[in-house]
Ligand binder design. Structure first.
Ligand SMILES: Cc1ncc(C[n+]2csc(CCOP(=O)(O)OP(=O)(O)O)c2C)c(N)n1
Ligand code: SF4
Ligand SMILES: [Mg+2]
Length: 306
């Protein structure tokens, strides 16, 4: 049987997403096998497929290894202060509602020092896409424990293992009012890109948690091996369950046979935050009352039976 000749190889000058990266900022700071680069890739891939003009995309980060993302992405991007990515992005989204504003930052930046901003932006349903890179620690500053560090995990501040109960971020985001809530890992590159795309076209607060290896800060003290080991664990342990009961999706690192539940958990519609600046007082009250009713209805429509 004759084998068909391969199509002639085509050489291109640049990769389709090259224009979305700031190559002049390379080499980047990320450690080998860190997961943050994969998240950046999924985000720029989503930008290129979004059909939204590049000039309409805005990326905002706080401080941390994850917070470096905005600096490497070639759209209007802002590297803000620690914990303040959300309020910074809120200002942009409210004043320029035609823009597609995405926050990429770390679990520490968004849920520790920035936790209050996160819950109130979700409560108000600000039209933002939040990509929270959860590597279970403060990677940049030397692997300290934070609010996502699992019970018993070792870190530079918990050398005998953490005893604090960590946040279950999707459950938190849903409880405080996010319109779209998902969790993926960096292994789920296609699903992650699709969810980011969905968030870009959705009006309201979208919260996407991405579990990501930090072989330097979290992997080393916990004998997790290199980043590839983490990818193997994701493959073995992840279960996609869009209908998961969110209070039950905590992550247990002490048991490598326990499931890590991922999926698109919440997708509801309610009016995004739009301050009615300058309107007469009675009109403002009417709009706010309508929004509140709408919200209650949306909540009822996604009630889980357990
Ligand atoms: C006001 C303030 N407090 C503390 C710091 C030190 N700091 C910088 S990054 C960081 C933690 C970042 O952790 P995370 O957001 O999880 O990002 P990662 O490095 O893990 O990606 C801290 C505590 C700071 N820069 N500013
Ligand atoms: S310390 Fe961790 S999060 Fe930071 S670049 Fe290295 S592997 Fe990535
Ligand atoms: Mg972190």
């Amino acid at each position: 049987m004759s084998v068909p000749a391969p199509a002639a190889t085509q050489f291109v000058e640049e990769h389709p997403i090259d224009t979305l990266l700031r190559a002049d900022r390379f080499p980047h700071i990320l450690c080998p096998a860190c997961g943050i680069g994969s998240v950046i890739h999924c985000y720029v891939q989503a930008i290129s497929e979004s059909g939204i003009d590049k000039a309409q995309h805005v990326c905002v980060s706080g401080i941390g290894c994850s917070g470096r993302a905005a600096g490497y992405i070639n759209v209007d991007s802002y590297h803000t202060t620690h914990g303040r990515a959300v309020p910074f992005a809120l200002g942009i989204a409210v004043y320029r509602p035609e823009l597609c504003v995405t926050v990429i930052s770390g679990d520490g930046d968004l849920s520790s020092i920035g936790g209050n901003h996160l819950i109130h932006a979700a409560r108000r349903n600000v039209n933002l896409n939040i990509i929270c890179i959860n590597n279970f620690n403060y990677g940049m500053t030397g692997g300290q424990a934070g609010p996502t560090t699992p019970v018993s995990a070792k870190s530079s501040t918990t050398p005998f293992g953490s005893w604090e109960r960590p946040f279950n971020l999707p459950h938190l985001a849903h409880a405080v009012g996010a319109s779209l809530v998902s969790r993926w890992t960096v292994l789920h590159a296609r699903q992650l890109k699709q969810t980011i795309l969905k968030a870009m076209h959705k009006q309201g607060f979208a919260f996407i948690e991405v579990l990501s290896p930090c072989p330097t800060g979290f992997g080393r003290p916990n004998d997790r091996g290199d980043g590839i080991e983490d990818m193997r664990r994701y493959r073995q342990r992840c279960v996609i369950d869009d209908e998961a009961y969110l209070p039950d999706i905590d992550i247990d690192i002490t048991d490598d046979t326990s499931p890590i539940v991922v999926g698109n958990f919440v997708d509801i519609d309610r009016p995004p935050f739009q301050p009615v600046l300058g309107a007469p007082r009675r009109e403002v009250a009417k709009v706010l009352a309508e929004n509140a009713n709408q919200r209650t209805r949306s909540r009822e429509s996604v009630g889980h039976e357990h």
